[in-house]
Design a protein around this ligand. Structure first.
Ligand SMILES: [Zn+2]
Length: 457
């Protein structure tokens, strides 16, 4: 087999690939209320139908799994390789300087919602399979493309798909970045609460979502402003703290830097800065005990969970990260949330137990939820074959990555993430003016064609 012929064929398909991507971008497929036969809304269903229609036009067999996902293949029976992409997107949102649902090509970049996440990669996979099929290259292993329609809102599409169909033993998703992600840390999403009736601490709010370092936190306290300023100086946090009089109390505002919860060292936690300041004040009981307790187990500036007794580290996935991300005082009840990403040497049960003990020791009732880590060994033949394809096409060295976030294959045995973002280029995924370069659309197809041959040939 001559791989150059495959690459030439893919090059010749460039205009058709861009056309097909435009067709898919025009199908608005963000989640809307369910309708009959459309579990994630009529837009997602229409996009799935259109994609499968395009695949049939290219000579593939297709299956529509009840509007949840689709399967594209050319040989019956079990496939050696599955490639999992998604056709749903997040809504366009604000700030676009171009049409979000009509592609525009400028300076070699194709703009439109979903061009990079994940309709473009789905198109590259499809045309890689098509080029191999058209050139009559036999693939004894067999390959199939699976397209889901609910990746952005919890991946219940794959849960359903797996309850109806079996997945190939080797699987990758082109829904993250190159070179390849083979390790995804486990996650704990914990909540905690305690009664906190106080005449001194009358308001406390910080953070909106569990998976981000909070950039803003506020408190309202009935204390002397000059004492608070002294406490802030003593606390010595880099987060910016301001004070203003508000209805007989002092409003304290802490401003830090937001970051994703999987990379907390990139942020500056406004909430733990505020707690540190409050821990130096006399708020009366039970607020004193609760706030000082939080300051003790989640100290400002610490991101590895050491003071909560949960720190862990291994050679393949790195260190555990912990973020106190949400805190709210509402109706005399103090509730909060914590996001932990833990390495493969740990488990939900063991981290959850240690965290619960720490929270209980300072007077909170914990509620632990979590997902186990995901790992495909970096020396497995599958990982090596994919990285070989990446290296052969790009000429770059490919080392597998461990990340704190979760991808579409988290929890799917044998699954890794392979493509398509590259370091140093911001494709504005989920943002305004999302794009993929036309060259990347073609190069990705070449990488996937080579990967399919490596794994199934
Ligand atoms: Zn995606």
């Amino acid at each position: 087999m001559n791989i150059q012929k495959v690459f030439e064929k893919i090059e010749s398909l460039r205009p058709e690939m861009i056309n097909t991507l435009g067709d898919l971008v025009a199908c608005q497929s963000f989640r809307t209320p369910a309708a009959e036969g459309a579990p994630f809304g009529v837009g997602a269903r229409a996009c799935l139908d259109r994609f499968l229609e395009i695949c049939r036009g290219l000579g593939f067999k297709t299956e529509n799994v009840d509007g949840y996902a689709g399967r594209v293949y050319s040989t019956d029976g079990e496939s050696a390789l599955g490639i999992l992409a998604h056709l749903d997107t997040v809504p366009a949102g604000e700030g676009w300087t171009r049409e979000p649902y009509k592609i525009s090509v400028e300076d070699g970049k194709i703009y439109g919602r979903g061009t990079m996440d994940d309709k473009g990669p789905a198109v590259s996979v499809l045309y890689a399979m098509y080029a191999l099929k058209e050139l009559g290259i036999s693939l004894p292993g067999g390959v199939e493309l699976i397209v889901g329609t609910d990746e952005e809102c919890g991946s219940s599409d794959m849960e359903y798909y797996r309850s109806k169909k079996s997945l190939p033993p080797q699987l990758f998703t082109p829904d993250a970045c190159y070179p390849l992600i083979n390790i995804e840390k486990g996650r704990i999403a914990a909540k905690f609460s305690a009664d906190c009736l106080s005449e001194t601490l009358i308001g406390l709010h910080g953070g909106k979502t569990l998976n981000a370092v909070p950039a803003l936190a506020t408190a309202a306290v009935k204390l002397d402003k000059s004492d608070l300023i002294t406490a802030a100086k003593k606390a010595g946090c880099t987060a910016n703290i301001t004070f203003e009089d508000e209805g007989g109390a002092v409003k304290i505002t802490a401003s830090g830097v937001s970051a994703h919860a999987s990379t907390p060292e990139a942020g500056d936690n406004a909430l733990t800065a505020l707690i540190k300041l409050l821990s130096l004040c006399d708020l009366g009981e039970p607020a004193n005990g609760l706030i000082r307790g939080l300051n003790k187990i989640f100290p400002y500036g610490e991101t590895d969970g050491q003071s909560a007794g949960v720190s862990a580290k291994d050679g393949v996935s790195g260190a555990l990260t912990l973020v106190l991300s949400v805190l709210d005082l509402e109706g005399g009840r103090l509730t909060g949330g914590i996001d932990i990403r833990f390495p493969v040497c740990e488990s939900v049960g063991s981290v959850g137990k240690k965290l619960s003990a720490a929270l209980e020791s300072i007077g909170f009732v914990p509620e632990i939820n979590g997902t186990e880590p995901h790992c495909v060994p970096s020396d497995s033949p599958f990982v090596k074959k994919l990285l070989d394809a990446y290296e052969a096409v790009t000429g770059l060295r490919g080392e597998p990555l461990a990340i704190g976030g979760g991808t579409y294959v988290h929890g799917i045995p044998g699954g890794v993430a392979f493509g398509c973002e590259v370091e140093g280029e911001d494709n504005r995924i989920h943002g305004a003016d999302e794009f993929i370069s036309a060259d990347a659309l073609v190069t990705n197809a070449k990488i996937f064609a080579r990967a399919i041959v490596n794994v199934c040939g």
